[in-house]
Write a protein that binds this ligand. Structure first.
Ligand code: AMP
Ligand code: ZN
Ligand code: FE
Ligand code: FE
Length: 283
């Protein structure tokens, strides 16, 4: 029987709608052999999901998806086999969460100037246990106050890029993200490159930064893009990764268990991991 995996999944710890436990249970129902939950800038899913995966006989790879600042846009770097309690990843995530909180105050100040006061403490309350407080939580507060008819209007009128209450957010560079993943004992893979603006033409630079793998299998990668990325990975002796980028029911039908990746992809990643660990021992 063919074995399948999914190495790119979001949970309620970031912006997905399934809890880490629900993700593992669904993966078991769909008979996936291995999964990695890769929340945006957050690792809290790991401690919840790992024991459930063990119980259900699913191999679990600790992962993350780090948003990085690249030119005008964003580039997403996936991390696998990370030690999520390592000081390096903790320091990066603390800095990210702090910058998110600072930004909430800045956005609320702008909204007040615009005549739509929102108390930052209310926003933090709405965010509750989420690891990452963000604009969606401000949008909820604005709707509650009757400033906007719905959440989308809050973005369209005030919060989206270029709108009057937009404030940029600090993000690490791709190099910082890759280095942090390495310091945490993990491997870094470049996410959905063929559908990220400015990624394909800069792939050489990212490879030079020490990326270990390229995400080849992705729902929005066309077959010719898959082929090209696979060839580039082979030419540079990089591993390949792949996954559904499932966000639960947030984006239509959940892709977890529907879009799946052959198990040999994980084997390529493990070979890369083993070869790096071997080099480290020799040094
Ligand atoms: P933040 O992390 O605070 O920058 O907020 C990012 C989140 O806000 C995204 O994950 C989306 O859920 C949401 N978002 C960003 N831009 C828009 C937009 N133009 N319309 C609706 N939602 C958006
Ligand atoms: Zn997301
Ligand atoms: Fe992404
Ligand atoms: Fe993602």
């Amino acid at each position: 029987m063919m074995k399948y995996i999914d190495l790119h999944i979001h949970s309620t710890v970031s912006d997905g709608s399934f809890t880490p436990t629900q993700i593992v249970e669904r993966a078991a129902r769909y008979e996936l052999s291995a999964i990695a939950i890769t929340d945006h800038d957050a690792v809290a899913a790991i401690d919840e999901a790992m024991p459930v995966a063990q119980k259900l006989g699913i191999e679990y790879i600790p992962g993350i998806e780090i948003s990085t600042a690249w030119c005008e846009g964003r580039m997403h770097i996936l991390g696998y086999f990370i030690d999520h309690h390592s000081p390096a990843i903790r320091a990066l995530l603390d800095k990210l969460q702090q910058s998110r909180r600072d930004r909430i105050y800045q956005i609320c100040r702008r909204l007040e100037e615009l005549g739509y006061p929102v108390d930052p403490e209310e926003v933090f309350e709405i965010a509750g246990g989420a690891s990452s407080v963000g604009r969606p939580h401000i949008a909820i507060a604005m709707e509650r106050h009757g400033y906007v008819p719905n959440l989308q209007a809050a973005f369209d009128r005030y919060l989206a890029y270029g709108k009057p209450a937009y404030v940029p957010r600090w993000a690490p560079t791709p190099q910082e993200a890759i280095d942090t993943i390495h310091k945490s004992g993990g491997l870094a893979s470049i996410a959905h490159c063929a559908v990220t603006e400015g990624c394909m033409e800069n792939l050489d630079k990212i490879i030079a930064m020490g990326i270990d793998a390229i995400e080849v299998y992705y729902p929005f990668h066309k077959p010719h893009q898959e082929q090209l990325l696979k060839k580039i990975a082979e030419d540079h002796n990089l591993a390949i990764t792949g996954g559904s980028d499932c966000h639960g029911i947030v984006r239509g039908e959940p892709l977890l268990g529907i879009f799946k990746v052959p198990y040999r992809v994980l084997e390529s990643l493990k070979e890369k991991y083993a070869s790096i660990k071997k080099q480290e021992v020799q040094i």
